[in-house]
Ligand binder design. Structure first.
Ligand SMILES: *Cc1c(COP(=O)(O)O)cnc(C)c1O
Length: 234
């Protein structure tokens, strides 16, 4: 069994190799370490290797970990579904929210972001595969939500996020990643703060990077398989 340090090094390498193969600049793709369900000791171990950005997708767990590890100066990214009664702790303790998909959530995050903190970095989640059960706005809804976020002083619009279809069909993946890259480019024309395309996970990081991802969200490859959650906590 490889150690956590070995798995982290391998995942880090995979991102560098995919970046190079895509003829993209070194360092243009950030690795977000997705530590959901994993113990704080695993996060400390990976942070000790130089990793700064960590992703979580259960609100309570995200906030508890961020508080426990606040002395490490890490960047916390929330990548899970957001219920409106959970926005306050997220606004107070996260550095990034990747999953904004409603006006109401954007407004609450803005209103609840403490004035002494930097604006919260925000990505709009897009349902790139148009699967009915999936979270995220449609392409037509990106513009209006971006315009709202741009007006909210305690939010900084950084880009778009997608969880693409879980499929091995490379043509379908390519279509969804390409759609996202095109939408990011359109958004960048109107908003200079936009620089982030959050897409790609353990299974599809290579095609995601090939098609323009700037942030891959990697859990399993670094931390190993997760136990399924017994019951949803939110
Ligand atoms: C869990 C999760 C990931 C990481 O998935 P892996 O397949 O373990 O790399 C990425 N993005 C989101 C939104 C997730 O919930």
């Amino acid at each position: 069994m490889p150690t956590l340090a070995e798995r982290y090094a391998a995942a880090y390498d995979q991102v560098q190799v995919a970046t190079q193969k895509a003829n993209r600049a070194a360092g243009s793709v950030k690795l977000l370490a997705v530590s959901k369900t994993k113990p704080v000791s695993d996060i400390e171990a990976v942070a000790a290797l130089g990793q700064i950005d960590f992703g979580e997708n259960y609100a309570q767990e995200a906030v508890e970990k961020a508080q426990k590890l606040s002395h490490l100066g890490l960047q916390w990214h929330f990548i899970g579904p957001i219920q409106s009664n959970k926005t306050r702790p997220l606004a107070e303790h996260m550095d990034w929210i990747h999953t904004v998909e409603r006006d109401k959530i954007a407004r609450r995050l803005n209103d609840q972001r403490p004035a002494n903190l930097k604006p919260l970095n925000v990505c709009i989640q897009v349902n790139a595969s148009a699967e009915p059960q999936k979270s995220g706005v449609s392409v037509a809804e990106i513009g209006p939500l971006a315009a709202l976020i741009d007006e909210l002083p305690q939010l900084q619009l950084r880009g778009l996020m997608a969880i693409v279809e879980n499929t091995a069909d490379q043509a379908r993946l390519a279509q969804q990643f390409t759609l996202m890259a095109e939408q990011l480019e359109l958004l960048q024309r109107n908003y200079p703060s936009v620089d982030t395309l959050s897409m790609g996970m353990t299974q599809d990081l290579q095609p995601a990077i090939h098609h323009g991802s700037t942030m891959v969200r990697i859990g399993t490859a670094i931390f190993g398989a997760r136990q399924p959650k017994a019951a949803p906590e939110q």
